[in-house]
Design a protein. Sequence first.
Length: 397
Amino acid sequence: MDPLLIDWAGLILRWLHVITGIAWIGSSFYFIFLDASLRARKTMPEGVVGDSWQVHGGGFYQMQKFAVAPPEMPKELHWFKYEAYFTWITGFLLLALLYYLGADLFLIDPAVMDIDPNLAVLIGIASLAGGWVIYDRLCKSPLGHNQAALSLAGFVLLIAATWGYTQVFSGRGAFVHAGALIGTIMVGNVFFIIIPNQKKIVADLLAGRAPDPTLGKAGKQRSVHNNYLTLPVIFVMVSTHYPMTFDSRWNWLILASVVIVGAVVRHFYNLKHAGKGEQYWLLPVAGAFMLVAIGLSLPPRSKVALEDIPQVSFAEVRRIIDVRCAVCHSATPSFEGFDKPPAGVVFDTLREIELSTQRIRAQTVNTRAMPLGNITEMTDAERQTLADWLARGAPLQ
């Protein structure tokens, strides 16, 4: 396929993914807030457990929640589900377009595991399905009655899966699959639990039967899980542009720290909305785990004195850049599949190389994010040569 058409397909899918994601996350955040803001009052209709007065756009609203369902089925009932479905669909199509069709570049790193692209794709898809099944079984097991134990088990499952991904895929591929797994669990909650349970409740109402209260409780449990997973999945979505997260040797622990940060921040707001006070002590806890993530991303400090670092000629550096980097990072890339330089970074002239020294350090020395999938087979010795050159101040003579 023409690279320009691939870029347009990726842009459109990414745009749709962001649009539907905003709609899903927005409604999720709102309903969690609504639940937390409900207050029981002395005069309430039968079956109503609380209401919440709100103001927006110059108008006042009174929101009520029934313990299970209203006595009669209303004529109009708005369902919140398609936002979740299309967020997952567009996300999976984007995953397939970028990481599965471009497995050699984005998904596979021979230094991690030299694996056949088709097998890598099968592992990715199977892991998403398997991760959902394991999570669902945990929720339906006796652990499901103990929220703290279930949360810990879910956290361990997610981090174990992330570690497993880092043993098979490139750092970028591992992170994006961890995010896809979170997204799959979230949409699975909507598709397999929340919506079916709501439909059963509606069917009972239409048939004149009393709905089963456990259906609402199960749906509420999964909705709360989705609420706490939202911030981590957004982090993964944007982190693929920042190699210090996914290409660190401690990438799986970085994600573990970020999951904790996201959960703590959401817990702060959930408590605040529930009227349980503003627990500001939670914010420094979140900040501390963010500092842990940053610390884990830092490259190890060199113990070699400057005078002991070998002198490197720029001619050798230029040879490495021309052979390993400039095939893509050129105004006229020669590497198949690229019609323009990635991120607009070009190494055609001395000035362009000089302006990109920090990018070279971040992408090839501090991490192994470039070349993509090490497709041009940059060696460790060549990376060390670049590191020595940069340590010496990146001279161009």
